[in-house]
Design a protein around this ligand. Structure first.
Ligand code: HEC
Length: 308
């Protein structure tokens, strides 16, 4: 596991790049060519789910899977994912400089290949460094996220691709403004680009996030429920939320610590969220300089409602 620390900090730096340099990314995307061709036929397919892991490149699957007892994990092999209907995307600058070809499975197609239990609608991704990402049905249909299987014809065994200074494998999920222009306007879209994905959980959004839609959070003002959206879609990538809702462990800070800052030191909280390095030079948290005062007020209202 020795190489992980270096890659994880590279991942943080890379994620921050998306926040800090929206200009160049957008203009590069605008001029780039895109080619998308379905490479597989429309025949019915289904993924085999294995009880045992066969390789580090297996994708772990958990959650509401028909025929799989709660709490158990199943594994899909890379070669089996590669045999699903894939698309070949020609994108510019996504992983390496210049034009590149990505072999991908759209999450909507992956969903069709999984034995999802009735009532499930959401994919929850977890990375080996404890980073997480939420893909709701609305996000999947509007922004068309995809699982990357190959970069320029090479799979995770040959990653990182030449010119990339961290290893994005075993799996990356991402979205592209070249494919869906609205991606460029999605708030904190870099949180929908998790690298190092090892596990996908199939879940019911209403069940998994129920604690923050009931009790003190049952009826929130529009601003506070927008704060809840920010928490679930951005902060929860690294931070565990209240009452066991889905979230990352990367930050290694209990929710009550975050809530205490939000309640008792509002200026510190706001400055830390916008620009952690201005307060703590060695802070690893990524900056969110684009949040408005109203967004931060909603976020604070959501978080402090959960102080016990
Ligand atoms: C990329 C991962 C990541 C994301 C996303 C993230 N954080 Fe953090 N956060 C961290 C880490 C790691 C720390 C620990 C201190 C450090 O290294 O910055 C931290 C620390 C903090 C702290 C200071 C607490 C302390 O004990 O130092 C606050 C407050 C905080 N985060 C709030 C938030 C909020 C609110 C969001 C969402 C807008 C958020 N964080 C998003 C990783 C993240």
């Amino acid at each position: 596991m020795g190489g992980h620390a270096a890659r994880n900090s590279a991942v943080l730096a890379r994620r921050a790049f998306f926040v800090l340099n929206p200009g160049p990314m957008t203009s590069r995307h605008a001029t780039a060519a895109l080619l998308c061709a379905l490479a597989a036929s429309g025949t019915a397919w289904a993924l085999d789910l294995h009880r045992e892991r066969s390789s580090p490149d297996d994708l772990a699957l958990t959650g509401s899977l028909a025929g799989v007892p709660a709490g158990e994990t199943r594994y899909a092999r890379w070669s089996e994912l590669r045999a699903l209907p894939t698309a070949e995307l020609k994108l510019d600058g996504e992983f390496v400089k210049g034009p590149q070809s990505l072999t991908v499975v759209f999450l909507s197609d992956l969903w069709k290949a999984l034995p999802v239990a009735p009532g499930s609608d959401t994919i929850l991704a977890t990375c080996e460094d404890g980073y997480t990402s939420v893909f709701t049905p609305g996000f999947i249909s509007t922004y068309r996220p995809f699982l990357v299987l190959e970069i320029n014809g090479k799979g995770p065994r040959d990653w990182p691709p030449k010119g990339l200074d961290y290893n994005p494998g075993p799996y990356v999920i991402t979205v592209s403004a070249e494919l869906v222009p609205a991606v460029a306007r999605y708030r904190d879209v870099e949180h929908k680009k998790p690298w190092g994905v090892t596990t996908l959980e199939v879940a019911s959004y209403a069940d998994r996030f129920k604690p923050v839609f009931s009790g003190v959070w049952a009826s929130l003002s529009p601003a506070t429920s927008d704060g809840r959206e920010i928490w679930i879609n951005s902060c929860a990538s690294c931070h565990e939320g209240p009452l066991g809702i889905f979230g990352g462990t990367k930050a290694a800070r209990p929710f009550q610590v975050i809530a205490a800052y939000a309640a008792f030191d509002r200026p510190f909280f706001m400055n830390y969220v916008r620009d952690p390095n201005s307060l703590v030079p060695c802070a690893k948290m990524e900056p969110h300089p684009h949040y408005t005062d109203a967004e931060l007020a909603g976020l604070i209202a959501f978080i402090t409602a959960g102080r016990q």
